[in-house]
Design a binder for this molecule. Structure first.
Ligand code: NCD
Length: 322
């Protein structure tokens, strides 16, 4: 399928490239199945929901959680995977094969391709040339990371009981953080959401993306310091400065870890029901001591929900959810 199709509560065969394809009805349906998947994942008898399917996990960029959670999600449903990491080094890509040829070859072996790639738009390019199987974007450069946003939204929904009328704080790298871009698109589907974006000036959202999001109704305030954090946020979404997107190390060092969550900072500026999330990996921007705080979800529900959401998504995309 070439263009970004609206999901419109019919996931079957569709590429999952951007949160922009979603609507609230589709998200409700996905989350209803996600709840069931949490039970399926815990049962001892094997599931055969994805029996007979092969999904290729094609990762041009490093990953631990995203790759392992897709792999585990598919296997928990009785499907199989072929994992190809670093094809630049270990496949015909190293002999000069084009991206398009690689996709067309893998498409002929599989029922779906999960793709991570350093270039914005790579998942769209793959979708343009693969007309037989759905492409799932597992991160395209600084573009989007839709499945991460879906698991983030599921976590907020689970903990707060709603996805509308929320007040949230995002911190870290708004410019390069693809998880931030997708999550903001997702939250902009719901009424009454207001977010504060805390980052060094150099790492603010691109103005055109900010304006596009605001035009969808989400209220965005860009802030420069922790003293501007409102004390009653429903969630904090902390992120790492994306080192691999900087041309020069010195530029990265100037902005890295300007904002670090310590136990003191969290106790002072967050509310007693504010949940703390992070897509991981963290590299110093949340102190380890904060992990003990019951409001810290990043190494708890957020990670587990990743597998459940991906189980539900794969079942739906491969038409096995009935
Ligand atoms: C994120 C990513 O790859 O964009 N990681 C992930 O998939 N959970 C965030 C990051 O790498 O900082």
């Amino acid at each position: 399928m070439s263009r970004q199709a609206h999901i419109a509560n019919n996931f079957r065969g569709k590429d999952i490239l951007s949160l922009g394809q979603f609507d609230t009805t589709s998200i409700d349906a996905l989350f209803a199945l996600t709840e069931k998947m949490a039970t399926v994942a815990k049962q001892s008898k094997p599931s055969s929901v994805l029996a007979g399917t092969v999904t290729i996990l094609l990762f041009y960029e490093p990953s631990s959680r995203t790759m392992a959670s897709f792999d585990a999600a598919i296997k928990r449903l009785g499907g199989t995977t072929v994992v190809i990491q670093n094809p630049q080094q270990f496949s015909s890509v190293s002999k000069g094969e084009t991206f398009e040829d690689t996709i067309r070859v893998f498409e002929s072996y599989s029922n779906a391709i999960v793709l991570r790639h350093p270039e914005v738009g790579a998942a769209q390019r793959a979708a343009d040339c693969a007309d037989g199987v759905p492409i799932i974007n597992a991160g395209d450069g600084i573009g989007e990371h839709p499945t991460q946003a879906l698991l983030d939204m599921y976590t907020i929904w689970q903990k707060k009981g709603r996805l509308k009328s929320l007040q949230g704080l995002f911190a870290g790298d708004m410019l390069n953080g693809r998880t931030v871009h997708s999550l903001l698109k997702g939250l902009s589907l719901y009424k009454g959401n207001k977010v504060y974006l805390l980052s060094p000036k150099q790492l603010r959202l691109k103005p055109d993306l900010r304006d596009e999001l605001m035009s969808r109704g989400i209220v965005i305030h860009e802030i420069d310091g922790v003293t501007e954090i409102p004390n009653d946020c429903d969630f904090w979404y902390w992120t790492r400065v994306q080192k691999e997107r900087f041309k020069r190390e010195a530029e990265y060092k100037k902005v890295n870890n300007k904002f670090v969550v310590t136990a003191d900072l969290f106790n002072h500026y967050a509310g007693k029901n504010t949940i703390l999330m992070h897509p991981l990996p963290r590299v110093g921007e949340i102190a380890v001591k904060v992990d003990e705080d019951p409001r810290a979800e990043y190494l708890r529900s957020q990670v587990r929900n990743g597998m459940y959401v991906r189980m539900a998504l794969m079942a739906k995309v491969l038409g096995r959810d009935k």
